[in-house]
Design a binder for this molecule. Structure first.
Ligand SMILES: [Fe+2]
Length: 274
């Protein structure tokens, strides 16, 4: 067990991580791979916050995701009550002890792209426009064709630990998006370390394979230290915006510091369209 700390919301956050740790070599992974953010004006920071879809499309997306989550819960035998709202999901989870496990199992492998409430081609088009590169949400080499929903209850340990997606080979050469769906704000949205996509592997201490953090298991290795300051910011996209970021950036560790609002986000990855 190793305890490490990082700075988030201007405070020091401590996490307990289990597992063997390693430090890599001189290589900078983003420089070796197909870095889709190489030629954008925000390359130095590794992320940008820009307008997303039309208002009507956003409404369709939010309503569709709320309906999807409600269905996963009710199909799993969870009573969600009338007027279910995503921001209030934690009340359901408190009342129904099985709820969070049902939901977690329902979303953990991602959901089929064809079931996204807005046609995924529209999102590919918008991401491609921001990057100036045509992209696809399907990773044909690794057979990935999913979108992800993240549900972080207030004051919970639902969030994954700080990590780089690209420590998993299948997530290399991509660009990621974070779309606020419910309860996403300056105290709950995804944190990242600006510019950390340019750090070499030798500047980061991480778990060798996967991680156990605060008792929960994750497939992606976790950051447990660095030679540079691990200072996270939350870019906090507004309801009509989205966050586009390099998966080579250190991100995650998104504790939801709100007291009575669950945070739900849509997260997707895109690769260069061949
Ligand atoms: Fe990630």
């Amino acid at each position: 067990m190793r305890t490490f700390s990082y700075v988030l919301d201007g405070e020091s956050v401590t996490a307990d991580v289990e597992g063997d740790v390693i430090v890599g070599g001189e290589e900078v992974l983003a420089a070796l791979d197909d870095d889709l953010t190489r030629d954008v004006p925000w390359h130095e920071e590794g992320f940008t916050v820009v307008p997303f879809l039309t208002r009507a499309e956003m409404e369709q997306l939010r309503a569709g995701i709320a309906g999807r989550i409600a269905r996963i819960l009710t199909d799993g035998g969870i009573e969600i009550g009338e007027d279910f709202r995503l921001e209030e999901y934690h009340h359901v989870a408190t009342r129904e002890p099985r709820a969070h496990e049902v939901l977690f199992q329902g979303i953990r492998r991602g959901l089929d792209l064809s079931t996204l409430p807005v046609e995924h081609g529209r999102i590919e088009e918008r991401v491609g426009e921001v990057l100036g590169i045509p992209v696809t949400a399907r990773n044909e080499i690794h057979g990935l064709d999913v979108f992800n929903l993240r549900v972080v209850r207030p004051q919970s340990a639902d969030n994954n630990p700080p990590h780089r997606d690209v420590w998993l080979d299948r997530l290399r050469n991509a660009v990621n998006i974070y779309v606020p769906i419910a309860g996403s704000d300056a105290r709950s949205s995804l944190p990242l370390v600006p510019g950390s996509h340019r750090w070499s592997e030798g500047e980061i201490v991480r778990t060798a394979a996967g991680a156990r953090v605060q008792g929960a298991t994750y497939t992606v290795p976790a950051v447990v230290g660095a030679t540079r300051p691990l200072t996270f910011i939350r870019p906090d996209p507004a309801p009509d915006q989205f966050l586009l970021f390099s998966p080579y950036l250190i991100h995650g560790g998104a504790r939801n510091a709100n007291h009575d609002r669950t945070r739900v986000s849509l997260e997707m990855r895109f690769w260069r369209k061949s």
